[in-house]
Design a protein around this ligand. Structure first.
Ligand code: BDR
Ligand code: CA
Length: 313
């Protein structure tokens, strides 16, 4: 059994919002090999207050109101990218736990050293804060799986030079990359390969199952929103965040590559990442120590295998 903490910038349940954090949460609850012990929220797809309310709402809908939810960072570490999201009027406002996300993560890992896998599917602000609160945090995790970055090619998916979660808080990503843990990074170039189609979303929306109907409705709206911006990508949306959850119990769905990863925190290519596979072992003078990998990055995915696993849940 994998004991998991999940960090989300969840917006499912707000009209026209990204839905993949919601599916990641649902998948973590549905996977019989995962025990979901803590959920934390972060500013990203929406503001952190909305993300927290929507996360609590979704846990209720999924029949798991007992899972503790801790509200996290309101803003990225250095540069404000405040999001102003919204929550529909009929969503009940529920209070999260009192302890802030980063402190709750630290407490949970201190109480269970070497036991907990952290899956982070939003900007890395809470994770970096936890690493700053306790310098043993990274080493005390069992694993860290991140949806973030784009490694194998430039992307035109967004107007930013990299991927949203990292662009939103590159300083946080830099702290994580320097923390000593070799995290598993599931980047956008790979997550774009795992998709839910409009036909699948409509079938979900028509289902008798309460969560499927709810999630299907919002997925249809999300695909419509994406198609209005990018007609060439109409008819499906990517399941970025669920792939990071699937990587916990089904790492074999993904092809992994050790790498030395750096992130740009300057203005020009803010949030861009460079992954060096270290195959050349750059030590031209024979004295310089070779770089060690600081990341394991996803380079490919068995998309059909993922879809089978995901749809089965
Ligand atoms: C990431 O950004 C968000 O919009 C998604 O939820 C995912 O975590 C993809 O770039
Ligand atoms: Ca996300």
């Amino acid at each position: 059994m994998e004991r998991v903490m999940l960090d989300v910038d969840l917006a499912m349940g707000a009209p026209g919002s990204d839905v993949d954090d919601g599916f990641a949460l649902a998948l973590a609850l549905a996977d019989p090999d995962i025990s979901l012990e803590l959920v934390t929220t972060v500013n990203g797809n929406t503001d952190v207050a909305s993300a927290t309310t929507l996360t609590l709402e979704l846990l209720h809908r999924l029949g798991h109101p007992e899972v503790p939810v801790h509200r996290g960072a309101q803003l990225p570490l250095l540069r404000p990218q405040a999001k102003f999201g919204s929550v529909p009027d009929d969503v009940v406002a529920r209070e999260p736990q009192a302890t802030p996300a980063a402190a709750a993560m630290v407490e949970h890992v201190r109480a269970n050293p070497g036991e907990i896998t952290l899956v982070a599917v939003g900007p890395l602000t809470n994770v970096a804060l936890a690493m700053r609160l306790d310098h043993t945090f990274a080493a005390s995790l069992k694993r860290l799986v991140i949806m973030g970055g784009v490694f194998s090619k430039p992307t035109n998916e967004t107007r930013m030079p990299g991927e949203f979660n990292i662009w939103n808080d590159p300083e946080a990503a830099e702290i994580v990359l320097g923390s000593g843990i070799v995290a598993q990074w599931v980047g956008l170039d790979v997550t774009l390969k795992v998709r839910v189609t409009m036909a699948e979303a409509r079938a979900m929306a028509a289902s008798d199952h309460e969560f499927a109907a709810f999630a299907g409705r919002y997925t249809v709206a999300w695909i419509e929103h994406l198609s209005s911006r990018r007609p060439e990508q109409a008819d499906s949306c990517a399941m970025h965040d669920p792939l990071a959850v699937a990587a916990v119990t089904h790492p074999e769905l993904i092809t992994w590559q050790d790498a030395y990863v750096q992130v740009e925190t300057g203005d020009r290519l803010r949030g861009a990442m460079i992954a060096d596979p270290l195959t050349g072992g750059w030590a031209p003078d024979g004295k310089t120590q070779k770089l060690q990998p600081n990341a394991s990055i996803a380079v490919d995915v068995d998309a059909a295998g993922f879809t089978r696993f995901f749809m089965d849940k």
